[in-house]
Design a protein around this ligand. Sequence first.
Ligand SMILES: Nc1ncnc2c1ncn2[C@@H]1O[C@H](COP(=O)(O)OP(=O)(O)OP(=O)(O)O)[C@@H](O)[C@H]1O
Length: 275
Amino acid sequence: MGSSEGALGGPRKEPQIGSQIASLQACGLVVDVPGRADGQPLDFTVEKGQIWGVLGPNGAGKTTLLHTLAGLRQPRKGEVRLGSQSLSSLKRRAVSQQLGLVFQERQDGFPATVLETALIGRHPWLSPWQMESGKDLALARDALARLDMAPFEDRLVSSLSGGERQRVAIATVLTQAPHTWLLDEPTNHLDLRHQVSVLKLLAQQASEGRAVFMCLHDLNLAARWCDHLLLLFPDGEARWGRAGEMLDVALLERLYDQKLTTVEADGAPVFVPAR
Ligand SMILES: Nc1ncnc2c1ncn2[C@@H]1O[C@H](COP(=O)(O)OP(=O)(O)OP(=O)(O)O)[C@@H](O)[C@H]1O
């Protein structure tokens, strides 16, 4: 995508893949999980084209980490960087052109339709008070169609089911077109077909040069779709690396404090909790 004319006439910055990608990095990062000792500092880079999964039991700090990477929480130690710059030195607008966040829980602050909500994704790319253009509308409608939400565009978000709301949240970030997607349980509330179609969409985003970093509770979806995994233990221990190295049964059993049985399907391991 190149630059184009904004609705108010000025040149408009558009999302670009490639030269402007700034990789998200955790540098000696200790997330501030209340009441927990520092644990192990995190040092990793989410490179373009990669799909990262964050695994760990309830309360391990997955959401806290995601919010810290998005700049919504201060780290206890270390820093988050976007390329060569510290996240804390960047303006919020610049950050939101690079990072898109799909929250686990969201409140509908004021009544908005599905289309109005998806259009919020364009805000990082518009000047203050600049109206959305026909191109912005087209991007939002295209994103809604890719999440099977086109027929709902005039519905109030508050009237949607949990899975429909989740698809609108993902369509909003698709409209935003960030370089790096941060997602907290993106398959929450989704039926099986939509789980797979959302993961396919994320895989496509990565194959186009973006990056994906998501918390998942479903170990098997992570095993199937992620090329890198970060394992967060409740005491602050962490392991990260290529998925093949992290999908070690003994390690995963220790992570979840749960015995597992492994079978193979379609060339990928499937982990079943032992009774
Ligand atoms: N504002 C807060 N005050 C006190 N404790 C908090 C606060 N926010 C988070 N915590 C605690 O920090 C820990 C990590 O929370 P977090 O939501 O990051 O976990 P999680 O790994 O995402 O869990 P889940 O799998 O249940 O979503 C939890 O024990 C949580 O209770």
